[in-house]
Design a protein around this ligand. Structure first.
Ligand code: NAD
Length: 348
């Protein structure tokens, strides 16, 4: 299995070809923009509906546009001249968001619908869609001791209501644009991506960021307890952002993965209670756990079966959770201190 440093990718486009990245004011697309910039790509167009000052990262030298891509004319403007289009724009958040705002989640279908059509009409060579593990059949995720989900487990379909169904239908759009219209499409089903430069307070944050913030708050206030959503037994795997962007690049440029959804996640499974304990250890504190059984908690268990990605890419996301959480915790601790000092920080 290849280490990240051993991965070699045939990008098939020139350094001066235009790469369009949608959702770039957010977490993953912001990191992807930085990644391609650092690889030496000179023409990157980053787009998000948020006003520029609210973007989590702004990469120098990158064209940044504030456009609502659920509007057809904006989608057409966004992809003009593009060689590659990466769609990571979606209205989303952790369980607290996707269980309460299903309409917003479903409306993200407008972004993909307009963007893929505009990309095809503009003659783009390749199109990437960020799907999710929430596309998988929820009936297979009722037990914390879950068997890992393989790509074929999305059907028969019983996706996460709202958010998951939007992902599944958008995947179908990608497959049919390839089958009927010849646009080369690639799709990754992300499993809980985490790391620095993501949202960490305000309601859209996911478990790794939320638990880091709660531990930091407890240390700051002298509290002895931490509030856990659910009974803490629910299990997940978490994929570090550096693995995620490297995975996106490999998936987008792999001929065997045209029109073929693939898991992009870690297979290191952990219970939320144990993740909280890990964060406490990183913060150097031991807290008592209280359980909010009425809070949104999602499915009982979910893990990524990486058999397929290993067979195709000879690689899988493998940053140890502890290593990634140390980096994430350090970044959130700095953000917390900055916010306290009245400085501008990343928010939702
Ligand atoms: P994020 O919320 O940080 O970023 C998404 C960005 O899309 C936001 O900045 C938002 O403003 C933008 N956006 C939303 N609607 C838009 C519109 N109409 N026009 C333009 N921009 C719009 O989320 P993220 O974690 O970076 O997720 C990126 C993609 O990956 C999303 O498609 C998400 O569903 C998918 N995904 C993420 C995870 C995860 O763990 N973070 C897991 C599975 C799938």
């Amino acid at each position: 299995m290849k280490e990240n440093s051993e991965v070699r990718i045939d990008h098939k486009i020139g350094r001066d070809d235009l790469i369009v990245i949608a959702g770039a004011g957010g977490f993953i697309a912001g990191a992807l923009t930085r990644y391609f910039h650092d690889l030496g790509y000179t023409r990157i167009r980053a787009i998000d509906r948020k006003p520029l000052p609210e973007w989590y990262q702004r990469v120098p030298g990158v064209e940044c546009l504030s456009l609502d891509l659920s509007e057809k004319h904006n989608a057409i403007q966004a992809v003009e001249g593009a060689a590659e289009v990466y769609n990571l724009a979606a209205d989303m958040g952790g369980m607290g968001f996707i269980e309460h705002f299903r309409v917003e989640c479903l409306r993200s279908i407008l972004v993909n619908t307009h963007l893929i059509d505009a990309a095809w009409r503009a003659g783009a060579q390749r199109y990437f869609f960020s799907s999710s593990a929430c596309a998988y059949n929820t009936d297979l995720q009722r037990d914390p001791n879950v068997r890992a989900l393989k790509e074929s487990d999305a059907y028969p379909a019983m996706a996460e209501r709202g958010y998951g169904w939007e992902k599944l239908i958008s995947e179908m759009f990608c497959q049919e644009y390839w089958a009927e219209r010849g646009l080369e499409t690639h799709m990754a089903r992300f499993h809980n991506i985490y790391g620095p430069h993501g949202t960490w307070f305000g309601g859209r944050e996911k478990a790794p960021a939320a638990l880091s913030r709660k531990v930091i708050e407890a240390i700051d206030s002298g509290a002895t307890t931490i509030d856990i959503w659910g009974d803490g037994s629910q299990t997940r795997s978490f994929c570090f952002i550096d693995d995620c962007v490297l995975g996106i690049d490999q998936i987008m440029h792999c001929d065997r993965l045209i029109s073929t959804p693939i898991n992009l996640g870690s297979s290191e499974l952990i219970a939320i209670d144990d993740l909280a304990a890990m964060v406490e250890e990183i913060g150097g504190v031991k807290l008592q756990h209280t359980y909010d059984l009425d809070a949104p908690k999602g499915v009982a268990g979910r893990n990524s079966d990486n058999t397929f990605i290993k067979s195709v890419l000879d690689w899988e996301p493998h940053t140890p959770l502890r290593t990634g959480m140390e980096k994430t915790y350090a970044w959130i601790a700095q953000q917390y201190a900055d916010r306290k000092a009245g400085k501008r920080v990343v928010k939702d």
